[in-house]
Design a binder for this molecule. Structure first.
Ligand SMILES: [Zn+2]
Length: 615
């Protein structure tokens, strides 16, 4: 049987980021088959990353021949499709060259050191009746010199020495099995009979591989305990220590990108462990337990989902909670992270406009296409989804006297919705009602479909916690703006009031960054003095009341002003100087610092301990 599609991948120009692919594609004959031609396609997006990325734009050359080497005519038939005039040939040999230099978890990257190939971005396939051909896809990878290892979660087919051959049961499996080739550090361990491989590219001399393997094993054990077992026999963590960022989930593996310097600080290490925990959690929530829309995939168009919040928000809630349960963080660290999430969501003006379900549905055109106005009209389904998961957890525990929790809901959903089908938004509400009663179901529907702030009272009371107001920069939760890496005004010198005590800071409320030595506004949120004064993104901030601002000195200059003071802000906009009257405000304090309530009852403390320890 030669009904499979067989690829050979070579790297003759690895140092210049090129991949050469040869695909032997059988021509379909008989009823329903096209007459004498072959249609090929490359996806426009890849599952887990909800943006049309047009992978076909990285194909530099493409040609086709018969098995005897006779050239065949090829023409583009869509932006991501090619039509090959096959004549009478039983098989067509397609050769194409890919450019691969995007350092991300969802595309291809190749240089002299290593290669990462993601199926949707690397392997074109035959189109049968509008879908990827339902045939096995065999991939032989011939690594470049100096690359002793080729790694994928795809099943191996053939034990050659230098080259590696993998066999994907169908195109979906190929897309779900990224391939790495290079010279990695490899650590293996076994949990509940499943082999886990931590495969790390880069980082030698800085990264602690042994500690990484120990901590990842603790995460796998904690998640196995939560779900009641592991859903795979083998799992590969492709840990690319390449100064990139992000992670992408797959059923039998994950691709992570991180900075080597995460290993140098306790917080950086927890960030990396949180990423591992997040992507591993998706092996259940997202890859197997999934919204009905998430498969079989239409690889050529957006696939919107109103339940994406459950995939990403619930996973975001558990990624850090699992670290706490595995002993990799403590209560204070965990609660601080949860408080930061609450602050980020509850201070974003977009919470009044966009529901969690709408944020999920519009991920393709909003979340994945963030711009200077995103905070004003969108909400993160990761952050708000995590908060709704926390509040749902508390409400289930409250309604059942601690007998049931969100852990139980996940395990029930896992049994109820097999991989082949998936769940609907109504299914999730029905599950919550089944476990916690109709009130909990109704609450969940409102939390997912409504806008505005969330009600934390039940969760705070259930677990004996409180939100404490702290001034910014005083060890409080910090601002979401700062977490995103840009400077915000405020947070500089502590102003003193007449008694010599710290007072409220004068505040403009504009997010800024330095560009070519200029202080540039990057985001203007609704409700701030800057918004009211008509400051625009990309304005250069030059002076207040006729006095030039020192470089990076907005916060320091504002310390000399009082809240409510009227000033004149001089900005440059498209090369023109403008004077904007602006009334300063008091910088809002951060009321979202989450901590244990010192007056918590023994019952509350016991419930908190059970929650944080996994009970
Ligand atoms: Zn995720």
């Amino acid at each position: 049987m030669h009904r499979e599609i067989a690829y050979t991948v070579r790297f003759p120009e690895a140092a210049s980021h090129r991949v050469e692919v040869e695909a032997r594609v059988p021509v379909r004959r008989g009823a329903g088959a096209p007459d004498g031609f072959l249609e090929l396609m490359l996806p426009v997006w890849t599952p887990g990353s909800y943006l049309v990325r047009e992978f076909a734009r990285q194909i530099e050359t493409l040609s086709a021949v018969t098995p005897d080497g006779a050239p065949l005519a090829v023409a583009k038939s869509r932006k991501n499709r090619w039509r090959v005039e096959a004549g009478g040939a039983a098989e067509v040999v397609v050769r194409y060259r890919l450019y691969a230099r995007e350092m991300s978890v969802r595309t291809n990257f190749v240089d002299a050191g290593f290669a990462l190939l993601n199926g949707a971005a690397a392997f074109l396939t035959r189109v049968d009746d509008g879908r990827p051909a339902a045939v096995p896809h065999r991939i032989r990878v011939e690594p470049a010199a100096g690359w002793p290892a080729v790694v994928s979660a795809l099943p191996r087919a053939g034990g050659e020495s230098a080259a590696a051959t993998f066999l994907a049961a169908d195109y979906d499996a190929l897309v779900d099995g990224p391939i790495y080739a290079g010279d990695p550090d490899v650590r293996r361990f076994v949990v509940d009979g499943a082999e886990v491989e931590l495969v790390s590219e880069g980082g030698r001399g800085v990264w602690d591989f042994a500690r990484a393997a120990r901590d990842v094993e603790a995460i796998v054990r904690a998640q196995a305990a939560l779900w009641g077992g592991l859903p795979f026999a083998r799992f590969v963590v492709l840990n690319l220590i390449t100064e990139g960022a992000g992670g992408l989930e797959h059923a039998g593996s994950t691709v992570l990108m991180t900075s080597r310097w995460k290993a140098g600080t306790a917080k950086g290490w927890r960030d990396w462990l949180g990423l591992v925990s997040h992507e591993l959690f998706h092996a259940w929530n997202g890859k197997r337990l999934r919204p009905a829309e998430l498969g079989p995939f239409d690889y050529e168009a957006e696939v919107p989902m109103r339940s994406l919040w459950f995939v990403e928000g619930v996973t975001s809630y558990y990624d850090d909670l699992v670290l706490r349960r595995a002993g990799l963080s403590d209560d204070r660290q965990y609660l601080a992270r949860l408080g930061e999430t609450a602050e980020r969501i509850e201070t974003a003006p977009g919470r009044e406009l966009q529901s969690l379900a709408d944020a999920s549905y519009d991920a393709w055109i909003k979340f994945y296409r963030r711009d200077e106005n995103s905070a004003n009209h969108t909400i993160s389904y990761y952050g708000k989804g995590a908060l709704v998961a926390w509040l749902l957890d508390a409400r289930l525990r409250r309604a059942t006297g601690g007998a049931k929790s969100l852990d139980d809901l996940l395990r029930l959903a896992w049994q109820r919705f097999p991989e082949s089908g998936g769940y609907s938004p109504d299914d999730l509400v029905a599950l919550a009602a089944e476990l916690g009663g109709d009130d909990v179901g109704a609450w969940l529907r409102q939390a997912v479909e409504g806008t505005g702030g969330l009600d934390y009272a039940t969760a705070l009371d259930e677990f004996g916690l409180r939100f404490v107001e702290k001034p910014r920069g005083a060890g409080g939760a910090g601002t979401g703006d700062a977490a995103e890496g840009d400077a915000v005004d405020g947070g500089g010198n502590e102003p003193l009031d007449e008694d010599g005590e710290p007072g409220a800071r004068a505040w403009v409320g504009v997010k800024t960054e330095m560009r070519d030595g200029r202080l540039i506004a990057t985001e203007v949120r609704r409700g701030t003095p800057a918004f009211a004064a008509g400051v625009n993104a990309d304005d250069e901030l030059l002076a207040i009341d006729g006095y030039r601002l020192p470089p990076r000195g907005l916060a320091a200059r504002l310390a000399a002003y009082r809240p409510e003071q009227a000033v004149e802000l001089l900005v440059a906009r498209r090369e023109r100087l403008l004077r904007l009257p602006l009334v300063l405000a008091a910088e809002p304090p951060c009321p979202w610092h989450l901590e244990p309530d010192p007056d918590a009852t023994p019952e509350q403390r016991a419930r908190r301990a059970a929650w944080l320890a996994g009970g």
